[in-house]
Design a protein around this ligand. Sequence first.
Ligand code: 8P5
Length: 444
Amino acid sequence: MNGELRFPEGFLWGTATAAYQVEGAAQEDGRGPSIWDTFAKTPGKVLNGDTGDVACDHYHRYPEDVRLMKELGMQAYRFSIAWPRIFPEKGRYNPKGTDFYKRLVDTLHQHGILPVATIYHWDLPQWIQDEGGWANRRSVDYFVEYANTLFRELGDVVPLWITHNEPWCVSFLSHWLGQHAPGHRDLREALQVAHHVLLSHGRTVQAYREAGLSGRIGITLNLTVVDAASEDPADLRAAQISDGNANRWFLDPIFRGSYPADMVEIYTEQAGPFDFVHADDLDIIRRPIDFLGVNYYTRSVVRAGEDGMPKPVPPAGPVTDMGWEVHPESLYRLLTRLRREYTGLPLYITENGAAYPDRVVDGRVDDPERIAYLRDHFAAAHRFIQEGGNLQGYFVWSFMDNFEWAFGYSKRFGLVYVDYATQTRIPKASALWYRDVIAANGIR
Ligand SMILES: N=[N+]=NCCCCNC(=O)[C@@H]1[C@H]2[C@H](O)[C@@H](O)[C@H](O)[C@@H](CO)[C@@H]12
């Protein structure tokens, strides 16, 4: 058919969620508090004082949700495991926590849906934060013990593992910009957090190899394309610095075994010596992975501020409800750069999607903007594959509307609408469109 873009045989189409955003059951079966329970209960941190106490009640409704995923043709489901369910207190393993994920994974297998587990998606147990959190190097050992427990309990039923979701958000958004839990604003701490998260990633890859499991393991990075507002050398340098913070600070250690020198110089000047980097840390961080997960939402445009540092320029084009520019061509640019400069490993889009102010009218949710957003980004991904890019799957964020961190429930990213008052799920027009894309393994 003219204009149809077909994806390779075996291309994996899925959706994604994260524990704190969908599960609810915050105290059920022994779950302990996370830094997001603490943050959400701190006045002023989350819009409308929303919390993940109930969320989408996925902890209890997962059978219905998995059935719906099947009806919508989903081939894979990326979920995260809540560390506070597994180790609610220091030194205490909670088998009831693991049992939930065994039930979820078993249900996914029964429906022929591939489970993809993210080990850490931001819900650090509060008892670890009480010891300094990720800024404390001991967090690395706690993480490896947690990951090894998951490999022991779920290693033979989960084929794809993701160590971390978006180290940039865990470090800079949460410890420098202060917008996410624990809400700190300290560059040096953010750099220590980034390093320990990366180190825990490398140690966990090592542990996975030693466990002798037959699946694959990788990491998910939120990546972007940074454009300069003008050809002015100051703006070009500002874009280079922004790219260094957003992309190269994580890509370089993982794929090259070193932090980017230009950024080390800037950060050493601003935050002091990197004495938290030990001799063999980078060799551990660069341990070979099996795939790279890419979360892409938007590009950014920056100009130089008075101090030469990058300042965001408001988008000129169409934006989503998050105010993020709709820029599908930058997905193609990003993937092409990754292949050219970093790796030929399999790539998965582990998150891509859009928030729009969806409304139920006569029992239906029409979301043409989301369909257009997804179609254009699928087309960008297809162009990369056509040019030889090794993209092996795509997970739309998100399966259903959920707790959007500091925005609470005010932003709807779901393919499925959630009426939080009744917990009713309503597949949006985009979910039905996506079902057809999956069935055709392509877009028209
Ligand atoms: N300054 N600034 N910052 C903007 C940087 C964007 C980074 N946020 C993401 O990528 C989050 C990712 C997350 O995995 C998921 O849990 C979130 O629900 C989605 C939607 O928000 C995306």
